[in-house]
Design a protein around this ligand. Sequence first.
Ligand code: ZN
Length: 174
Amino acid sequence: MEHETEAAGQPAVDLSLAPPKGYRPAIPVQVKFTAVMRLDGRCALCGERLGEWKATEFDHVPALQARSWDPVAEDTIPAANDPEHITAAHKDCHETKTTGRQGESKLSRRGGDIAEINKTRRLEKARLEREAEIKAYRERLLATGDEPIELPDPKKKRKREWPKRPFPKRQKLN
Ligand SMILES: [Zn+2]
C-alpha cells in the first residue's frame, strides 16, 4: 500500500468515498474456504452445521456498499475478499433473512432475531413432524382391527415402545 500522501498530512484515502455502484467481485473458492473454517463450518445465522457448498451462501459483512472506497487499491476498506469479513450461511437461512429487504442482506446481524427464529422453527417443525408421525401411526393401528397392537409391557420390554414392523398392513388399493 502507498502512503505518500500521509507525509503531507493528508489521509491516504478519502473515507467519504463510496464504492462504485454494483461493485461486487466474485469470491474466490480459497476465500470461501477460509471463511467457512473461521466459522467452524457453521451457519452464521442459525449456528448449525453447513451442508453442501451449493446450499451455502456467502456474503460480505459489512455490506460492500456500506464500506469506504480506496481509489488507489480500487477496492473497499476492508478489501472485498478479505475472508475475515465474509460470512457463510445456509441458503434458506439467508433467504429468510433477505426476504422483503432491498440491496445487500443484513448478515451482519449475526445471531440476531431471525437466526433465533429459524432455529426455533426448525426444532418445532421436527417436533411436530415426529408427533404427527406417532399420531398417524396410532390411528392406523386403531383403525385396523386385525392389526396386532403390541402394547409395550412396562415390566418386561421398556426399551421397545413400538412393534418391530413400523406400519400396519395397507389394504389393497383398487
Ligand atoms: Zn442456517
